[in-house]
Design a binder for this molecule. Structure first.
Ligand code: PLP
Length: 434
């Protein structure tokens, strides 16, 4: 590859792989293997002791997955990545790599529901407390933290508010206190580079925009290499004290000849090895196919979403539209500061006639799919009050920002005229009595 810094469109196709040296295959091969033959006993021993890097067993590493990991590392400007079996596994690992029972993290209240549940219940059951704070006041992260706080956590564009997380302000507080910021950038790949704004670790659900075709579940962690774990020794015992999980290795010391990869290396050789949430090589291949066209798709998605958001604002059945491309004043400035090249594919809107209008809108759609997913090349819609949030009381729904007439769209790459026609006829059907 040329040495000058390549742009995302080029990196998505070329970073970290040119051709297979044996067969000259241009497509990344699917290494559908469990194990790899060692040269001899000394070679095997050097791999197990981390003296050398190399393939041991596909639960821990795989050459197809390695291309996916290295390509996203290049796109994000990090030092290393770890592919795992789902976005949920990536979120869980991102915390478990730093926090143990008795520790806490500070998280934004604005989260994907699955992450919320993992944090509020799953991590609590492991003894890790998650303190939720409103991210619109970044100082909340400082106020809620103490000497057992191991990380700050946020989502770049969380539903339903879609207010871009204040990455710069919260990471600056983290730099002050010696606490890393973990950003889930699932909804804004390409549009936002969290490391440029100060974040330390990125989490992805690859299932969404990166895969982009609704075929494969996957997740990924990326390490910026920017956080000095050794400097904050007592706050990060998992990286700074002998790890019984890996025959007494002190990860921040062991990686000194290799570069600032203590976090991502431990996630691989301890968490992935022990908990086993490995990504199948076939899924890595499919996710790489998606990644190749991600920059193109993100542009088309953002263009379509802006057109649809503007159309929704003018429709009589709609009382409110939330889309970062429509934010004004300081909110608009903030969105423009965090995102570049567009404002994403998620639109939240409110139907005036509440729950019945929501159901009728969804049932009237002909082209747009009714599905619990985001980031597909196809446009998807969901009415949370009758589906994902239907088991919550009206009060709890309101707290999570989901009102009865609220609809979420994940805009795809179809022709915008066709999308507008479908959405218009469904809106007309749900307010035909007016
Ligand atoms: N993070 C965000 C922002 C998501 O939207 C999702 C899933 O919808 C996840 C994480 C979890 O990802 P997965 O479904 O790949 O486990």
């Amino acid at each position: 590859m040329p040495k000058e810094r390549l742009r995302p469109e080029t990196l998505a196709l070329h970073a970290s792989y040119r051709r297979d040296e044996t067969t000259r295959s241009i497509a990344v091969p699917i290494y559908q293997t469990v194990a790899y033959q060692f040269d001899d006993v000394a070679h095997a021993a050097s791999l197990f002791s981390l003296e050398k890097f190399g393939n041991i067993y596909t639960r821990i590493m795989n050459p197809t997955s390695a291309v996916l990991e290295e390509r996203i590392t290049a796109l994000e400007g990090g030092v290393g990545a770890l592919a795992v079996s789902s976005g949920q596994a990536a979120s869980a690992f991102s915390i478990q790599n730093l926090a143990r029972s008795g520790d806490n993290i500070i998280s934004s209240t604005d989260l994907y529901g699955g992450t919320w549940n993992l944090f509020a219940n799953g991590l609590r059951d492991l003894g890790i407390e998650v303190r939720f704070v409103d991210p619109s006041t970044p100082e909340n992260f400082r106020t809620a933290s103490d000497d057992r706080t191991r990380a700050f956590y946020g989502e770049t564009l969380a539903n339903p508010k879609l207010y871009p997380f204040p990455i710069e302000a919260v990471s600056a507080i983290g730099d002050d206190l010696g606490i890393p910021l973990i950003m889930d950038n699932t909804a804004a790949p390409i549009l936002c580079r969290p490391f440029d704004l100060g974040a330390h670790i990125i989490v992805y659900s690859l299932t969404k925009y990166i895969g982009g075709h609704g075929t494969s579940i996957g997740g990924l962690l990326v390490d910026s290499g920017r956080f000095d774990w050794g400097k904050h020794g007592s706050r990060f015992p998992t990286l700074n004290s002998p790890d019984a999980n890996y025959h007494g290795t002190i990860f921040s010391e062991a990686v000194k000849p290799l570069g600032p990869i203590a976090y991502i290396l431990r996630a691989r050789v301890v968490l992935l090895r022990d908990f086993g949430s490995a990504l199948a090589p076939m899924n890595s291949f499919l996710l790489l196919q998606g990644l190749e066209t991600l920059p193109l798709r993100m542009s088309a998605i953002c263009r379509n979403a802006q057109v649809i958001a503007e159309f929704l604002c003018k429709h009589r059945a709609v009382s409110r539209v939330v889309y970062p491309g429509l934010f004004e004043g300081s909110e608009g400035e903030h969105a423009r500061a965090i995102l570049s090249g567009g404002f994403g594919g998620l639109i939240s809107f409110e139907l005036k006639d509440g729950i019945e209008a929501g159901k009728s809108f969804i049932d009237s759609l002909r082209l747009v799919y009714h599905a619990a997913n985001i980031g597909d090349a196809r446009t998807l819609a969901i009415h949370p009050a009758s589906t994902t949030q239907s088991q919550l009381s009206a009060e709890d729904r309101a707290t999570s920002g989901v009102t009865d007439g609220y609809v979420r769209l994940s805009v795809g790459i179809e022709h915008s005229d066709d999308l507008l026609a479908d959405i218009e006829q469904a809106l007309d059907a749900c307010c035909s009595g007016q």
